[in-house]
Design a protein around this ligand. Structure first.
Ligand SMILES: Cc1ncc(COP(=O)(O)O)c(C=O)c1O
Length: 461
């Protein structure tokens, strides 16, 4: 079989965009932890599918049957992708990871004293839905930004008998750190808790094995998003024991969720239909299947190896500069894996200014701010409680020119070392003050914009 070229596998890598001072530069996307571009195979699958797109489950036409099959297959493919036993686990297609966690937080039947144990490291999407549903406690982090396993152990003991669920990130969207998930699952199960992995950042980068039902190191729930795995068409996945969803009413009801309704009685449909109200996102499901098929073909060892190399390379380059603070480990730790998300600040340069110069002068897309992980960022920045309150009050007064944060680069399968070299050329300019533009802070938006740069009236094309 012909080897797949990771660089050319995604759409849009050849695009150049206007930069400050005139001209254009080849665009570099180092914001893959937020969303990845589509794979070509995903785009092609949708291109082919469009002629067959039709109503699912209720239609009898040929196209309806094709669409229904494609939609149903996506559920099976999602299960196979993580080695899930389909007799025990259901896959429910939702919008994204956030939607999946919210749904689960509404569907688990919590008792009054139940506790969910989440962590300081979490993205808000794996924290706030739990807080809304039930008492939520947080596993601490260590000074290096890792989950603190001693604290985890202590909290499991402290709240013994009350912890219904442990919900942690498969990989951090800030530092790329991967907690020891199987070890943590064993500990959760020993404590009588269920174990959820938020795989939004893990699924596109590493092979995930959900494990067999009843195995202590297995995961009970997995959630992930298509748009972070090169299938950006609005589909996410929630995988969990069918039994959880057999109980009770669906969290959202209506068409498609029922087998039978009279004015006096409702009989819910089988899974996954019971949990997927309304007309589903069939193209999103087709896109997800095509991405999964790609990952199966390429294999995660190739993807992980490529991304590890980029991450090691970038960490080494960072270490050559004085005046850059990296958050989380500042070097590759032998024997410890991490995905390619690196967060940093340049001494004396506001994070939004660094991000703006990278974008407007280097055509390099990064992310800056708090990455929807405020508690983790506050800890990594060593912010005091008073600092946090002062910033909160400023934000409430509409002043966003001093919001704490970092700059993050995050790699995808298609990024290259030469892109990293170009990134560091701009970083050097920022450190030495040799960048071209004059930048102004819009304090209401918290954005830094250059003077004399106008987006074309139709900037996309
Ligand atoms: C670790 C993690 N969890 C959850 C989410 C939320 O994902 P989505 O926006 O696709 O719902 C993200 C998004 O960045 C994330 O990084």
């Amino acid at each position: 079989m012909k080897e797949i070229n990771l660089r050319t596998a995604v759409v849009g890598t050849g695009i150049s965009v206007p930069v400050l001072g005139g001209g254009r530069k080849r665009y570099i996307n180092f914001d893959n932890a937020a969303s990845t571009p589509p794979l070509k195979v995903v785009w092609n699958a949708l291109e082919k599918f469009k002629d067959y797109y039709s109503s699912v489950h209720r239609g009898t036409g040929y196209k309806s049957v094709v669409s229904t099959r494609a939609y149903d297959d996506a559920h099976l493919n999602a299960l196979k992708f993580v080695g899930a036993d389909s007799s025990y686990l259901a896959s429910i297609l939702v919008k994204n990871t956030t939607d999946a966690v919210n749904k689960l937080a509404r569907r688990i039947e919590f008792q009054r004293d139940d506790i969910v144990l989440s962590s300081i490291m979490e993205h808000h999407s794996n924290d706030l839905p739990w807080r809304k549903a039930v008492r939520t406690e947080h596993i601490e982090i260590t000074d290096s930004g890792h989950l603190d396993l001693d604290d985890y152990r202590q909290k499991l003991l402290k709240y013994s008998g009350k912890i219904k669920l442990v919900a942690v990130s498969g990989a951090s969207n800030v530092t790329g750190l991967i907690p020891p998930l199987n070890e943590m699952a064993v500990m959760a199960h020993q404590a009588g808790a269920l174990f959820l992995v938020d795989a939004a950042q893990l699924a596109p980068h590493r092979k995930i094995k959900i494990g067999k039902p009843g195995e202590p190191e297995s995961f009970d729930f997995l959630v992930f998003s298509g748009h972070k795995m090169y299938a950006p068409f609005g589909t996410g996945v929630l995988i969990g024991p069918k039994e959880i969803f057999y109980h009770g009413d669906p969290d959202s009801v209506g068409g498609g969720t029922v087998n039978y309704v009279t004015l006096d009685e409702i009989q819910w449909a089988h899974l996954p239909d019971k949990e997927e109200p309304g007309s589903p996102n069939v193209p999103g499901a087709v896109a997800l299947s095509a991405a999964i098929e790609f990952f199966n073909q390429v294999g995660f060892s190739k993807i992980a190896e490529h991304e590890r190399e980029l991450t090691k390379y970038a960490l080494e380059k960072f270490s050559k500069f004085d005046g850059i603070k990296l958050y989380g480990p500042d070097h590759w730790i032998k024997g410890e894996d991490r995905v390619g998300a690196i967060s940093f600040n340049i001494d004396g340069v506001y994070h939004a200014l660094t991000a703006a110069i990278l974008s407007y002068e280097g055509a390099i897309a990064v992310r800056n701010g708090c990455f929807c992980a405020h508690p983790y960022i506050q800890r990594l920045l060593s912010m005091s409680e008073e600092d946090a309150i002062r910033h909160r009050d400023e934000i409430n007064r509409g002043i966003r020119s001093n919001v704490p944060g970092m700059v993050r680069i995050s790699f995808g399968i298609y990024n290259t070392k030469s892109e990293i070299d170009r990134f560091f050329q701009i970083i050097e300019k920022i450190i030495t003050g040799r960048y071209k533009g004059k930048y102004q802070m819009d304090s209401r938006l918290g954005e830094v914009l250059p003077d004399n740069f106008r987006f074309p009236s139709n900037p996309a094309f």
